[in-house]
Write a protein that binds this ligand. Sequence first.
Ligand SMILES: Cc1cc2nc3c(=O)[nH]c(=O)nc-3n(C[C@H](O)[C@H](O)[C@H](O)COP(=O)(O)O)c2cc1C
Length: 244
Amino acid sequence: MYEDVLYDAMFRRRSVRKYSGPLEPDMMDKVRNFAHSLTPLRPEIRTELRFLDNEEVKGLFKVDAPHFLALYSEPADGSAANAGFMLQQMDLFLSANGIGSCWQGGSWPVAMGQGEKRTNFISLAFGMSAEDVHRQDVSEFKRKPLGEVTALKGMEDLLEPGRLAPSAMNKQSWYFSGSEDAVRVHCARSSLSGRMNQINAGIALYHIWLAALHERGGAELAIENDGDGDSPKGYSYVASVMLK
Ligand SMILES: Cc1cc2nc3c(=O)[nH]c(=O)nc-3n(C[C@H](O)[C@H](O)[C@H](O)COP(=O)(O)O)c2cc1C
């Protein structure tokens, strides 16, 4: 099942910043098909996915990749976490297929349509890799220890994949709370990097949800009304994974 393949990729993936060329047409078709199957965190928020070439994207810290998958979103509460949740599925799919990819937080399309804002846009660069696509061992991930991002004990099977998630500038700006019934994901509030922090939290949430599907045989996504009840100071509640 494809979920197993994506699950394995969480423990091996890395950002790729050097590319050797575009994908073969057959592989590009598979990527396009997978793009149609992405699960949203917030299905009520309208999004659109577009494939762009290198020349169609510009910006800061942009990698020189042959392809970009751009996610456009309507402006709405939760849209950034939704974008992180959706595009991370593609990041894992590409890694699982031996294709290089890298999130692009500082880039935007050269031609933005009227009314389109950079803040409603995020993309993933990808292409055939000129460097290793996979890590050999979890110890190669540069991440905070689990104890810095949660006080929960005995749920490492779900929280370790959250800990390993990629984040803008590797900030790991998330916090995990909850109980045996649910894992709640919170993101650090920030006037400068608030949107990126929400994207990061959406990415970590996807990793935790995928782990729950894999390890516990099922889980549901929820926005709990009282979810912010256990947000630490300086953090905002994003969403929960309800466990079976
Ligand atoms: C939302 C987001 C935006 C990012 N933006 C950039 C970027 O603009 N340029 C870049 O080279 N890497 C970018 N990255 C990649 C991170 O630097 C990288 O994920 C992090 O350092 C962890 O390394 P790893 O992905 O190899 O595990 C971004 C990652 C995320 C999640």
